[in-house]
Design a protein around this ligand. Structure first.
Ligand code: ACM
Length: 263
């Protein structure tokens, strides 16, 4: 069994110290979880005034105080932590999700499908769609708007992901239609951790949720409260890919007929 915690909170743009304090406190309350999932851009907030503003709030992973807090916590609490991270690499900015192991090792996914003004701020993710080892299981990561592109979910399933961590800054509830459907189609667990609060003209929609391989929402947070959503799952359920006794979600595909998708 795997204990998970999804941390829904209100990151503040331009207040890194405050975000660090908030996240430290919420992580301390999540010590019983083996996997913790925080929202997209949890260290920086989301709605930057422009690219220069975004640049002023970003840092490389190696120099980030925020990443230091995550690494120390993962070691101390013996857990895996997934968190959105505002990443600078030379003159480029990436909307990144970090995966940190209990030994303090750091892996990354960089958001591929950029939403609205993100296109003027971030470089499209250039690390592909990796899947990582989490104990005896496999975890993939997608970030917020990526969820509207079915191909990426399928690639994760084909790579053996048992669960997807999905740090988000959602502004609608469309994910409640799409994410459970992807859980059914691929028969894996999905942890969509959303944020709360508002930044200028954007209000974030809360309702962090977890979905099982049947597409059932097994836990759901409130619309607007800071909250930790705890769940216990058996990731081995995701290894059963049978939709019916005669239908396997991956083996029943006909990739030779799907070439048009590459156009
Ligand atoms: C989003 O991708 N943050 C909506």
């Amino acid at each position: 069994m795997l204990q998970t915690a999804q941390i829904q909170f209100n990151p503040q743009v331009g207040k890194p110290g405050r975000n660090h304090t908030t996240v430290s406190g919420l992580l301390a309350q999540s010590a019983d979880a083996r996997l913790v999932v925080l929202p997209e851009l949890a260290n920086s907030g989301y709605n930057f005034l422009n690219r220069d503003h975004a640049l002023s709030l970003a840092s490389p992973v190696e120099k980030s105080e925020y990443v230091g807090i995550l690494v120390e916590t993962a070691k101390k609490q013996n857990q895996y932590i997934v968190s959105g991270f505002h990443e600078k690499e030379e003159d480029k900015l990436f909307n990144t999700s970090l995966f940190i192991s209990p030994k303090g090792r750091i892996w990354k996914y960089r958001k591929i499908h950029l939403f609205m003004n993100e296109k003027q701020i971030f470089t499209r993710g250039n690390l592909g769609l990796p899947v990582f080892e989490l104990d005896e299981y496999k975890l993939g990561m997608l970030i917020c708007f990526d969820y509207l592109f079915p191909e990426v979910w399928r690639i994760m399933a084909l790579k053996g992901a048992d669960m997807i961590a999905h740090p988000s800054n959602l502004v609608t509830y469309k994910a409640f239609k799409v994410v459970p459907a992807q859980a059914v189609i691929n028969r894996f667990f999905i942890f969509t951790t959303n944020r709360i609060g508002a930044e200028r003209d954007i209000t974030f929609s809360g309702r962090t949720f977890a979905v099982d391989p049947e597409g059932e929402v097994i836990a759901e947070a409130s619309v607007a409260k800071e909250e930790i959503l705890f769940t216990e799952i058996d990731p081995m359920q995701a290894r059963n890919k049978m939709l019916t006794i005669k239908n396997h979600v991956l083996d029943d595909r006909f990739p030779e007929l799907y070439g048009d998708i590459l156009k």
